[in-house]
Design a protein around this ligand. Structure first.
Ligand code: SF4
Length: 98
């Protein structure tokens, strides 16, 4: 199955923190010592493979099914603090929030 390369992050300035992302995907997100959500140091999620960290961005590759899960986890955030971008022709294209 084809893999999708994408990146996502929590915009910590926006995070309130409502915890919805952590409840939805405890294998991806956690609260840090300042009480804001972060992507865990090591994300382990079925076919998801971490490629790099770039500041707060976590660059990953996974099958579409897992990509949809990451996207869904962004959609539960009430303040749109989780940003997802997909790689297209070597450029990052914003997927969520639009
Ligand atoms: S759902 Fe949004 S506001 Fe709530 S902890 Fe996660 S990133 Fe922060």
């Amino acid at each position: 199955m084809a893999k999708i390369k994408y990146r996502f992050k929590v915009d910590r300035d926006l995070c309130i923190p409502a915890m919805a992302c952590i409840l939805a995907e405890p294998n991806i997100y956690e609260l840090d010592e300042s009480g804001k959500a972060v992507v865990k140091k090591e994300v382990t999620l079925e076919t998801l493979r971490e490629l790099a960290r770039d500041g707060d961005w976590v660059v990953v590759e996974s099958e579409e099914q897992i990509y949809e899960r990451v996207l869904d986890s962004a959609k539960v955030c009430p303040v749109l603090a989780i940003i997802v971008e997909i790689e297209e022709n070597g450029e990052w294209k914003r997927v969520y929030p639009e």
